[in-house]
Design a binder for this molecule. Sequence first.
Ligand code: CP
Ligand code: NVA
Length: 299
Amino acid sequence: MSKLTRHFLRLDDLSRDEVVLIIERAIELKASRANGQRSSILENKTLAMIFEKSSTRTRVSFEAAMTETGGKAIFLSSSESQLARGEPPEDTARVLSEMTDAIMVRTFEHEILNTYAEYASVPIINGLTNDFHPCQVLADLLTWFELRGDIEGKKVAWVGDGNNMCNSYINASTLMGFELVIASPSGYETELGGEWVRKTTSAKDAVEGADLVVTDVWASMGQEDEAEHRQSVFKPYQVDEKLMSLARADALFMHCLPAHRGEEVTKQVIEGNSSVVWAEAGNRLHAQKALLEFLINYN
Ligand code: CP
Ligand code: NVA
């Protein structure tokens, strides 16, 4: 008898209630870890991790999450696995499903991830594609909930590229009910939209009265050839202290990292009082433990 496998390809693969449940569980797991307790919730479970792009946070947080919960993560770089020699995702997905309990994939086109999901019989987790980065936004939501409570009805400003992070924020806005104002230079807007999403070319317009200001690199992985051109196009979108001063006095600043100081954000802002980027990065570990438990043990 086959059961429906739950995947996490986009944030809205979860319902609002499930996101809240995962956040609450992450807070619980984080607190017990701080007390020196480790719970073996994923004992003897194995996570395969396929990386076709570089990573620091995603790799370490998933690997640490498995280690700390009694399981194990296996790192597969595309260059050293048979993927480099042409073994297709549909074969890789079926083979790894025979041996592991979940598969995390970081790749280029989102369609490649969909193919993994179509052929896998264990959960596929999006570790970042060109179009979405839901694990990061789950950690961002956890960070907001911990520091400020529910995000419903708040104003979030996205400043910069209409990229994978921006798209996952759009999913989050629809799911969690917050206003999202996206400021991107013309030609770099995302095609996605949502009920509470507004797009502008003015960074000031987006940040005015915002509760949360978020940005990301101007050139994402795979766009290295465009990086120089993007530097000049995105210059007016740098998050500096002057721009942050337009947000609410208690506004938070988030960035998924890695950050380029002097480009999308100034040193003063990322190192300043509004910035919660280190807690945000750390929360990848806790959010993903709760996500893995949800996908592997309860679905
Ligand atoms: N934020 C994030 O996903 O970082 P890495 O690219 O280091 O995994
Ligand atoms: N938008 C960035 C996020 C990195 C975590 C990229 O795709 O490179």
